[in-house]
Design a protein around this ligand. Structure first.
Ligand code: GLN
Length: 482
């Protein structure tokens, strides 16, 4: 398919009756069947279930009922999101046989809005990774260059949208796992404000950092998905009642008068000069459209990454304690101790083990104060630094990642090089800010992502600015012709 598959176009076509939900679903399933063998975006495709749901939408339409917001829109969910009765493995061998007993709130809301869930997308094991290579099951290839990684950890979700298999997908972002793969696959990825979207029914990585958000081609599509999934959920105490919910149709994109902060710390030595050039060109577009560009400094930025790699493994090690083959995970034979040991040593991959060990070490007596407590103090300081910056500017602009998609295997044995890919994305998680990545051109024929961040719950500002940028550029309309 060489056409841009957007949420809005499909939704409107189904509403109008120019196409049926069943036809759309069949087309997407056929494309997946023909092409996903080389991309590897899906761990499982829910064909029968999807067709059944699509026919139900068509029956509603035929009987004259009002169709819900996303009626018939094909979507994918990340493999760490529960869908009752279906498998969810979080990319891990330890959960290879796990079947969800209930649905995640975001998944339930998508279905209630008429979206058709086509399948579960590949991911790094327990969302630990930046390349989707730590999945216990398969590698995912970047649709722009099949020899390259799609980014991670939500690489399957991003690749599924970029390849045109679905119009939208959900990912989760703990340190960049939506924005980074969005950048590498040339699509839009939004990490909402912490607390905007319910985490209920998502396999937790680091509970104080995790947020669910959409992958789409356009900002408007991201809004359409957000409208449906966001807001208070009684099952997640950190989810927030939203007093003002942006509505896609009411958006007035503009860059006029927008104060855009460009931190010098977001242009580091060692970043790809081509990526830098694309971001600088985007800054020019912002300027031409009436934005005021303000050079700012966020001196604590370099501490975000090391802080993240303390807080995240600490929280992950405690969240992952439940996967022992008794409470969750595949049970191993033997007496209690042996069974635990075998279940965890055989069930977890190397990266997950590394983080559990790091996290347990960080939280152990004596080291807790030296590492964990200190990181919490840095976290507070980083938040304050952002608070101060947002007194002066409306959005903070920079690259999403320092480079483009690398070759499969290239950084697999070098965890530090892999972690460095998160240098610009971890600050938003640490401070709980919303961040969006949008395509802003190509470097060496690979997509480059532009990141905009705003203060907590100022998603509307991001939408306005990002949609205004998309209105005068066409990077988001480019699709891989593999
Ligand atoms: N790449 C980061 C990590 O490995 C971020 C992961 C994420 O956001 N889930 O932890």
């Amino acid at each position: 398919m060489s056409e841009l598959l957007t949420v809005k176009a499909i939704r409107d076509a189904i509403l109008e009756g120019s196409v049926t939900a069943e036809e759309v679903t069949k087309n997407c399933l056929a494309k997946i069947a023909a092409e996903d063998a080389k991309v590897g975006a899906f761990l499982e495709v829910f064909s029968d279930r999807a067709l059944e749901k699509a026919r139900a939408i068509d029956a509603m339409k035929a009987s004259g009922e009002t169709l819900p917001r996303l009626a018939g829109v094909p979507v994918a969910i990340k493999d760490n999101m529960l869908l009752a009765g279906e498998k969810a493995s979080a990319g891990s061998n330890i959960l290879r046989d796990y079947t969800s007993a209930y649905s995640a709130t975001v998944v339930e809301r998508l279905e209630a809005a008429g979206a058709i869930i086509l399948g579960r997308a590949n991911m790094d094991e327990f969302a630990m990774g930046s390349s989707t290579e730590t999945s216990a099951f398969q590698k995912t290839h970047n649709p722009w260059d099949l020899e390259r990684i799609p980014g991670g950890s939500s690489g399957g979700s991003a690749a599924a949208v970029a390849a045109g298999f679905v119009a939208a997908a959900l990912g989760s972002d703990t340190g960049g796992s939506i924005r980074q793969p969005a950048a590498m696959c040339g699509i839009v990825g939004l990490k909402p404000t912490y607390g905007r979207v319910s985490r209920y029914g998502i396999v937790a990585l680091a509970s104080s950092l995790d947020q669910v958000g959409p992958f789409t081609h356009t900002v408007e599509d991201a809004m359409l998905v957000m409208e449906v999934i966001e807001g208070r959920d009684a099952h997640d105490a950190t989810s927030t009642e939203l007093t003002d919910k942006p509505v896609a149709e009411l958006l007035e994109p503009t860059l006029k008068g927008l104060k855009v902060g460009v931190p010098k710390e977001y242009f580091i030595d060692g970043m790809d000069p081509e990526v830098r050039a694309r971001v600088e060109e985007a800054i020019e577009v912002f300027k031409q459209q009436g934005a005021e560009i303000i050079e700012i400094s966020l001196p604590l930025s370099p501490y975000a990454l090391p802080t993240y790699y303390i807080l995240q493994p600490a929280e992950a090690s405690s969240n992952l304690a439940r996967f022992d083959g008794m409470r969750y995970g595949t049970r191993a034979p033997g007496a209690l101790e042996d069974s635990y040991l075998t279940a965890r040593s055989e069930g977890f991959g190397l990266e997950v083990k590394r983080r559990i060990m790091l996290g347990s070490f960080i939280l152990s007596a004596g080291y807790y104060d030296a590492f964990y407590k200190k990181s919490l103090a840095v976290r507070n300081a980083l938040r304050k630094e952002f608070d101060e910056a947002f007194k002066q500017v409306d959005v903070i602009l920079g690259p999403t990642t320092p480079g483009t998609a690398w070759k499969l295997g290239e950084k697999f044995d070098d965890p530090i090089a892999m972690y460095l890919a998160d240098v610009f994305t971890t600050p938003a998680n640490i401070a709980g800010l919303p961040g969006i990545s949008l395509p802003c051109g190509f470097a060496n024929n690979l997509p480059v992502g532009l990141q905009l961040q705003a203060k907590p719950f100022a998603e509307m500002t991001l939408y306005k600015a990002a949609a205004a940028y998309q209105a005068v550029t066409d990077w988001h309309t480019k699709i891989p012709q593999a």
